[in-house]
Design a protein around this ligand. Sequence first.
Ligand code: ZN
Length: 131
Amino acid sequence: MPDRTKPLPQPTPETARFWEGTRQHELWMQRCGDCAQFYFYPRPFCRFCGGGNVEWRQLAGTGTLYSFVINHLPAPGFEAEAPYVIALVDVTEGPRMMTNLINVPATPEAITVGMPVRVVYRVMSSEITLP
Ligand code: ZN
């Protein structure tokens, strides 16, 4: 059997602050100082107005479920987790992020679009903690 492990994100200079936050069990995203919009994923310019006046802010860590799919056919490295829930969550401050729903059964009966969700953290390595 091949030795497969779950692939982990590789922090970059643009994403380092995000991963520093998750290690502290905090959710941080960028906010544009010109148009006041939060956005995700991290990048050096605002995705709404193109401005470079960007700051990092800590978020509440709450949101609502926008959409989801229950995956029964895992990608390599994810076999041990199937079935699992891939979710799009609208965080309270505005951005939509892809994530997994955990601490809930991976069944359609247990999950409802629009349900409130809250971030929890899974320590994967000394460098990476997943929200
Ligand atoms: Zn902007």
